[in-house]
Design a protein around this ligand. Sequence first.
Ligand code: ZN
Length: 159
Amino acid sequence: MENLEIRLYGDPVLRQKAQPVEHVDAATRRLLAAMARTMYLAEGVGLAAPQVGISKRLVVIDVGDGLIELVNPEIIAKDGAVEGVEGCLSLPGLVGDVVRSQKVTVRALDGRGREREITGEGLLARALEHEIDHLDGVLFIDKAKNLRPAQSEEEAQDE
Ligand code: ZN
């Protein structure tokens, strides 16, 4: 699969509710791999399929602890609240302060169709919530305070 093009704010696909994946198959795995390549090339920590123009419930995340592939992810538990600086690959150059859960547990299928649960804290919890929001057409600017141009000294990670 060719490298995928990241869709930018204003593209209607970013506001659509993405459809569940009914069969996890070789095409799903190829798409997840292409999404991961696209995320790494863009130096992001997460990417959801709508961000590459595909309205399906697929997410890839790597906050530095290895690649996580999620099919049809659902948040099943959340705890705490923490404000942090956040950015998005679909809104380059923009950051804002977003309150996210401190800890999140997600149920999903992996690239082989096996059910799994992932619990993430801190940046991983933030990335899980940010990416799952994308699947429902929600962008971080809908929740952010103090939207501003990204400064190089800020620690925002693009998702
Ligand atoms: Zn994003």
